[in-house]
Design a protein around this ligand. Structure first.
Ligand code: MN
Length: 427
């Protein structure tokens, strides 16, 4: 089925600002609470949210095989499970309904009142029920920086790193949408020079600039996904701030990897931008530095040119951009990650989420964490209000943004914005 929704010449009859992340070529999917307190599945064009449940009930998806209640749900899991053919048909139809040449909905005032919402009338929810969350470690710059700081600059990458997309199983119960604040976690840390740990608030709370992909039902137990099919099972991507407590992490991570230093919160942007919408922004990724085993070898462009940016907004002050990176720097791509994840026969379900790992670029201003940007706190970052940051302070808000741009069309993710609150206190 052709991807007519991506036609760069199409204009919408809905207003779209020039620098909007959400032109009619985007058509992301999300879940929101409406002004009438109803949860529905929707999309967004410009600054207008569109109730897909209402559109479906009014017959606008006629001819596409969809169950009656597919958009009247709290999550996108069932829609995602319908597969790529259905996602594509629905995106194409939405593009058609809102095309400036189509007057059907445009001239139906009553229908528009039911279907369209201003952004201040809705509240974005988590788009999917995330059954399983896996986080990779796929940026060579990030892995090299961390290895240089904590182990040995001459052997910064561990021997497995150039052969395996390294990952760990994360925690899905603490994944939250943009806008939900996070408390500074407490835990065990080992102060420098001490021989016993202490308990208290983490002093090194950090962000990790990541993207995450959301999967559909992919395989049965025991069945690996071949790398050439892997992208068929990727619905779309979100921005991910994988909150980390570096001091807790340093003490706990040996030998099984991160645990409580990561599971206190992971924040995602609420609109899932489909892999279909990102099709025009495919690029070559980094060349492998060592031969990769056959199940990880791929053909074609499997990386995506997505500009990424992180800002910190201190309480009551203006935000300061602290990092500019790009998703295309990832050494291991999503197809390799999914092929590797399933090579042992582990099943992947609709609504699973896979984090890329911190996305650091080659230059010091493109690093994807404060750990790297401030180089373990040795080089604090100057903020616009004159203060300095080595890590994240109480009441700081961390904002991540991402967008693709080519030939005058811009497709973006909006933002994931999260305030760090002081340690939780029982009332
Ligand atoms: Mn991470």
């Amino acid at each position: 089925m052709p991807l007519t929704a991506n036609n760069p010449d199409r204009k919408s009859w809905l207003h779209v600002d020039k620098n909007s992340d959400f032109p009619i070529q985007n058509i992301p999917f999300g879940v929101f609470l409406t002004r009438d307190d109803i949860v529905t599945i929707g999309t967004r064009i410009g600054d207008t949210a569109i109730d897909l449940g209402a559109l479906h009930q009014l017959g606008y998806f006629e001819g596409i095989p969809l169950t009656d209640d597919i958009f009247l749900q709290d999550t996108l899991n069932d829609f995602i499970a319908d597969g790529r053919k259905t996602w594509r048909a629905v995106r194409n139809r939405i593009a058609d309904i809102f095309d400036s040449n189509n007057k059907t909905l445009k001239d139906n005032k009553h229908h528009k009142e039911i279907v369209l919402f201003r952004l201040d009338e809705i509240e974005m929810q988590l788009p999917v029920q995330i059954g399983d969350y896996t986080d990779f470690y796929s940026s060579i710059e990030h892995a090299t920086n961390v290895g240089t700081m904590f182990r040995d600059p001459d052997n910064a990458l561990l021997p497995n790193w150039l052969h395996i997309p390294v990952g760990y199983h994360g925690r899905s119960s603490s994944i939250i949408p943009s806008g939900i604040p996070v408390h500074r976690p407490q835990g065990q840390t080992l102060p420098n020079g001490a021989d016993a740990p202490v308990f208290g608030p983490s002093r090194l709370v950090d962000f990790e600039l990541e993207m995450a992909f959301i999967t559909t039902d992919a395989n049965d137990l025991g069945e690996p996904i071949p790398i050439k099919e892997a992208e068929e099972y990727i619905f779309g991507l979100v921005l991910l701030n994988d909150w980390s407590a570096r001091d807790i992490q340093k003490w706990e991570y040996v030998p099984l990897g991160p645990f409580l230093a990561k599971s206190f919160a992971s924040s995602i942007s609420p609109w899932i931008v489909t892999l279909d919408a990102l099709e025009p922004y495919r690029v070559e990724g980094p060349k492998p530095l060592k031969p990769q085993l056959e199940y990880l070898q791929f053909k074609g462009k499997k990386s995506y040119d997505i500009n990424l940016e992180v800002s910190i907004r201190p309480s009551g002050a203006k935000e300061t951009v602290v990092s500019k990176s790009n998703f295309k720097y990832m050494y291991w791509n999503m197809a390799q990650q999914l092929a590797h994840h399933t090579i042992n026969g582990c099943p992947i379900n609709s609504g699973d989420m896979m984090g890329s790992g911190t996305i650091s670029g080659p230059t010091p201003d493109s690093y994807g964490s404060m750990l790297e940007l401030s180089w373990r706190g040795e080089k604090p970052i100057k903020m616009k209000d004159g203060s300095e940051r080595s890590f994240i302070n109480d009441n700081d808000t961390v904002i991540m943004r991402g967008f693709c741009e080519k030939d005058g069309t811009r497709i973006g993710f909006g933002e994931v914005s999260t305030k760090l609150l002081p340690v939780f206190k029982r009332k």
